[in-house]
Design a protein around this ligand. Structure first.
Ligand SMILES: Cc1cc2nc3c(=O)[nH]c(=O)nc-3n(C[C@H](O)[C@H](O)[C@H](O)COP(=O)(O)OP(=O)(O)OC[C@H]3O[C@@H](n4cnc5c(N)ncnc54)[C@H](O)[C@@H]3O)c2cc1C
Length: 390
């Protein structure tokens, strides 16, 4: 069977392959994307407003074809296509510089969080807008003193009648400058164990008291923001899920974030360009060059097989925490191996600002931080393997 199928041969090797239907979907998708966007075009290189405008335009076209939320249930605006289509989409999108920009978050886990824990009204309002490509969200998790230790967050939401009053500060909030809603984590109980006093709020960023500022960053300039909440009043109906159970919901959904971005695919595509660059200079006769390229290629292929493993487990209704962490660390290693190969083989040419090598370096640098750092993924994996609680 393959819908991204897996089989084990007599030598106990695991193979994945795609069905004819999925291959023809990939072909159709690539044809559409090649017509719309150059491969490896870097959305991050565009000024924020232009990035936003182009992305909104593009995402609406995807939605019109049913390619924005294909794996969602039909009742929520999806087309209930096999989950492997989402994997193919994820790979082809990132090969074109992730033109959905922030909207990949909506599709991969903000929407699914609302499907999981939303009230009928929240589902009706938010899911339709996400699946039509009409809304940008940002994720208000990290704080100046709560990154890796997310549960240490201090932004508070205090109940006052039918409202909550929110105060605090978020940092590194991607897309906050253009987002209409913030998927916010805030503390609703400061007495409880830190993981047990957190709730989720779906906050319109236009609410009085929400202030968004830019962060000057070396990588992805214009993409990062800090968001300050000063006496922000939101109706209690903005809370997603039960009070104080936000962390449990987020933990489930962050497993989606860990496998949501097919970084290995973009890195492998870039590695092909490095190999071509070497070929054009007659360097492929040198065994050390081949070794460097092969090392990076193996890292990309390992990450691909591992994410297919996770996807396969998910389609069988399992909750592949362990393999998701293994994949995530392999994906970081793949990004880094390709970046190192480019520097090693291309020398000074790889140092040019905004060159493809420079972009690859940015992706490799942030890969080990965004969505939970490399070291924290290793810690989580160690806890699973050692059977200790985390
Ligand atoms: C591209 C990008 C996009 C992002 N977008 C968002 C966003 O939209 N919304 C949002 O909320 N946040 C976002 N972040 C922030 C990201 O989630 C945090 O940067 C990340 O969780 C790490 O937190 P920190 O920066 O506070 O680093 P710290 O937690 O201070 O960690 C610093 C270093 O110490 C190491 N370290 C910390 N604790 C341990 C430990 N217990 N064991 C071993 N090593 C440890 C870490 O691995 C890291 O190398 C983004 C970050 C990046 C790079």
């Amino acid at each position: 069977m393959c819908s991204g199928w897996k089989h084990v041969d007599k030598g106990e090797r695991v193979h994945f392959d795609y069905s004819d239907e999925e291959l023809s979907f990939r072909k159709e998708l690539k044809g559409f994307l090649d017509g719309e966007l150059p491969v490896y075009f870097e959305f991050f290189d565009l000024p924020q407003q232009e990035r936003f405008d182009r992305s909104m335009e593009f995402v609406k076209k995807l939605a019109a074809r049913g390619w924005l939320t294909p794996a969602w249930p039909v009742e929520y605006g999806g087309s209930a296509h096999a989950p492997w289509q989402q994997m193919i989409l994820s790979e082809e999108m990132i090969a074109h510089g992730e033109p959905r920009t922030g909207q990949y978050m909506n599709v991969n886990w903000i929407g699914p969080a609302i499907i999981l824990a939303g009230t009928p009204e929240q589902k009706e309002y938010h899911l339709t807008r996400i699946s039509n490509g009409n809304v940008v969200w940002c994720q208000g998790f990290s704080e100046p003193d709560a990154g890796s230790d997310l549960a240490a967050l201090r932004t508070s939401a205090v109940r006052d009648g039918d409202e909550y009053v929110i105060n605090g500060e978020k940092i590194w909030t991607s897309n906050a400058g253009v987002a209409e809603f913030c998927f916010l984590l805030a503390r609703t109980n400061s007495e409880a164990r830190k993981q047990e006093g957190i709730s989720i709020f779906l906050v319109p960023t236009a609410t009085p008291g929400v202030e968004v500022g830019d962060i000057d960053a070396v990588v992805h300039p214009g993409a990062f923001h800090h968001v300050v909440f000063t006496d922000v009043r939101v109706p209690a109906s903005c809370r997603l899920g039960p009070e104080n159970e936000g962390f449990t919901i987020v933990r489930k959904l962050l497993a989606n974030e860990r496998v949501g971005v097919a970084r290995y695919h973009r890195a492998a595509g870039y590695l092909d360009r490095v190999a071509k660059w070497c070929d054009e200079r007659g360097l492929l006769d040198d065994s050390s060059v081949i070794e460097t390229l092969a090392h990076a290629r193996v890292a990309c292929d390992a990450a691909r097989v591992l994410v297919y493993q996770v996807w396969d487990e998910r389609t069988r209704g399992l909750h592949p925490d362990e393999s998701a962490w293994v994949y995530r660390t392999a994906a970081v290693n793949a990004e880094r191996a390709v970046s190192e190969a480019a520097f090693k083989l291309m020398g000074a040419e790889a140092l040019v600002r905004h060159s493809h090598a420079d972009n690859q370096f940015e992706w490799a640098t942030t890969a080990g931080i965004a969505g939970g750092s490399y070291e924290m993924q290793l810690n989580s994996l160690a806890r699973v393997l050692l059977g200790t609680k985390g």
